[in-house]
Design a protein around this ligand. Structure first.
Ligand SMILES: [Zn+2]
Length: 291
């Protein structure tokens, strides 16, 4: 019996050590490509995206998007939840938005998610985990009619994966840090992705109702005007062409036009280079930006 434990421990250690060996090969490979690679990384980070993903080992954000260290600011937890009172995720969001100045936040769920699967069952998985899964159960309860309309169990799980992403995107829109960013003139866009583990592809989820202007008024926060603003600033802002509110709408409109046009040009104009596409899009939306 004791021999077996020793044998298993040796195996475990060897397996663990392979991870460190992998790191040494990674360093060698990177230095062979660029001998200053790590010195450049050490100078600082300017990531353009915040990605909130699941901790699942099969959904590594950088690898599946072919991005490099420094490109994406990442937060991961079980089933990519954005719980309003979670100190950890709120600090990540605040740092990303207010200090790193990211404009795009992505919530990425994935198919075959163990957290989602567990939340659909009534079996306990342990105290804290049950508490965490309750957040997913709330999403399940809200959308159970749609989810249960699928006959196949995997389809049910994957549809809850989608609905869960949608709900977490809404939680981000409702977040005061995000709402304040619009008022401060730093508009943030929120995207919902579903990573399909079985194909490797990412699907962008359609999230029309998550657009903040259509969000329930109950969650729309009016921040106190600063000392330098008149008490009627909020009312005045609506009519002011340069107000943050107007700027926010303009940015939203521009963002969705850009997305639509890029898709249109990429699909219909195979042999056009990126610069040409960019020029065409700028021409097309110039009018919009004047409004
Ligand atoms: Zn997962």
């Amino acid at each position: 019996m004791q021999n077996q434990i020793v044998h298993e421990s040796i195996e475990e250690y060897r397996r663990y050590n392979k991870v460190l060996e992998g790191n040494r090969r990674y360093v060698d490979k990177k230095l062979a490509q660029d001998e200053n690679y790590f010195r450049k990384l050490a100078k600082g980070q300017t990531p353009k995206y915040l990605l909130i993903g699941c901790s699942d080992s099969r959904a590594p954000p950088n690898e599946i998007t072919e991005t490099d260290p420094g490109d994406i600011f990442i937060h991961r937890n079980i089933a990519n939840l954005v719980i309003p009172t979670d100190l950890n995720i709120n600090c990540v969001i605040q740092y990303a938005v207010e200090h790193l100045k990211v404009h795009n936040i992505i919530v990425m769920g994935h198919t075959c998610c163990g957290g989602i699967k567990a939340a659909m069952k009534q079996d306990s998985v342990g105290g804290l985990l049950d508490l965490w899964l309750n957040q997913i159960k709330l999403v399940y309860e809200k959308h159970q009619e749609l989810i249960n309309s699928f006959i196949d169990e995997d389809d049910q799980i994957n549809s809850l994966c989608c609905m869960n992403v949608r709900e977490q995107v809404l939680n981000i829109w409702r977040n005061p840090i995000i709402q304040k960013s619009w008022q401060d003139g730093h508009p943030v866009m929120v995207h919902g992705w579903l990573f399909r583990v079985e194909t490797g592809f990412i699907e962008e989820l359609s999230l029309e109702d998550s657009i903040p202007d259509e969000m329930s008024k109950i969650f729309k926060i009016k921040f106190n005007p600063s000392k330098h603003q008149s008490p009627n600033q909020h009312q005045e802002e609506e009519g002011n062409a340069h107000s943050p509110m107007r700027a926010r709408r303009r940015f939203q409109r521009m963002q969705s036009r850009i997305e639509t046009e890029i898709r249109h040009f990429t699909i219909n104009m195979q042999n056009v280079n990126e610069e040409e596409i960019e020029n065409k899009i700028v021409q097309d939306i110039e009018q919009d930006l004047q409004v």
